[in-house]
Design a protein around this ligand. Structure first.
Ligand code: PEP
Ligand code: MG
Length: 325
């Protein structure tokens, strides 16, 4: 692994016929940047900010947010970072009123919680905007399920911009705002969403859970949790098409993106951005990418679409990738 890492660290991540595929890292803490850069990440494609909110009796202050984001931006030295706004269930936040929900995964979590608590949300937005003055920071909204939610989130960013303007605090007026595609409804309206945001990030962890009605944490139904279920492949294809037709970038940040047997079909579906964890997987991904042409990857994706049995799909992809590694 180490040897491969050293060998491939400075090799470009391009297919055999020269299509560049960007590989970014997923992080939860600023201290994880170093290992990502060491293994060849081009930047951070998903910074999950939940840990700022956990293990503390009060919500993080604007300065606490800013300190974390500043560290990330500085360590990235000009490379981009996508920072995701708070994505937690209200049940997990110690300082909030606990209202029991029968179905927390379908309840007031993530962006919904932020809308319910605008003052907490705006503190994070202020810090994100302030960080955007320091480097290439993009804002990502989780769990969007309708166009109204996207508009509302953007509106809150614009309001926060006005506040900062009044206070003469600088920020990037053109900061990019993206939508996570992780709820089936948002994939199905991704053609509409693409017209109103700057980029997509596909969150397959939740997309699979919500599409297949499989709790991602329940072992009894884990056998049903399947990234290559034909329905998931169709969702992915549709999401990527929506992005391409509207000329916005689309990446994948769910775990599927960091599983080596899926790299080729995802490239074949047209994905050009992966954000993965752990960073140690990056050299092997590069090796896979460098060993196929885009045309070959497209053929693999087409073949996979013909299978109706995910077990067969997995075996086919496994055999394919094992020949490379
Ligand atoms: C996802 O849902 O795929 C994702 C990347 O977000 P999280 O795993 O944090 O829910
Ligand atoms: Mg998610």
């Amino acid at each position: 692994e180490k040897k491969l890492a050293i060998e491939l660290k400075d090799q470009p991540s391009t297919t055999a016929d020269g299509r560049h595929i960007s590989i970014f890292g997923n992080i939860e803490f600023p201290r994880e940047i170093g290992v990502n850069l060491n293994y060849g990440a081009e930047g951070i494609g998903l910074y999950r900010t939940e840990f700022l909110y956990l293990n503390s009796p009060t919500p993080p202050t604007e300065e606490q947010h800013l300190e974390a984001y500043t560290t990330v931006v500085q360590e990235l030295k000009g490379r981009p970072v996508i920072i995701r706004t708070l994505d937690l269930g209200a049940d997990k936040l110690p300082y909030l009123e606990h209202r029991k929900e029968g179905n927390p995964f379908l309840g007031c979590r993530s962006i919904r919680y932020c809308f319910e608590n605008p003052s907490i949300f705006k503190i994070q937005l202020r810090a994100l905007l302030r960080a955007s003055a320091l480097g290439e920071v993009k804002i990502l909204f989780p769990l969007i399920s309708s166009i109204q939610e996207l508009r509302r989130a953007k509106q809150m960013v614009y309001e926060t911009m006005e506040d900062l303007d009044k206070e003469n605090i600088s920020f990037d007026k053109n900061v990019k705002m993206g939508t996570m595609l992780e709820v089936p409804s948002s994939v199905m309206i991704s053609d509409m969403l693409a017209k109103e945001c700057d980029f997509f990030s596909i969150g397959t962890n939740d997309l699979i859970q919500y599409s297949l009605a499989v709790d991602r944490n329940n072992e009894r139904v884990a056998y049903l949790y399947c990234p290559v279920h034909p329905a998931i492949l169709r969702f992915l294809k549709f999401a990527i098409k929506s992005a391409h037709e509207n000329d916005i970038p689309v990446g994948i940040c769910g775990e599927m993106g960091g599983e080596l047997e899926y790299t080729i079909p995802l490239v074949g579906l047209g994905l050009k951005e992966f954000s993965v964890a752990p960073a140690t997987i990056i050299p092997e991904m590069k090796k896979i990418i460098r060993s196929v042409s885009f045309e070959e990857a497209r053929e693999v994706a087409e073949t996979v679409f013909k299978f109706d049995n995910p077990e067969k799909t997995k075996k086919y992809l496994n055999d394919f990738v094992r020949k490379i590694l």
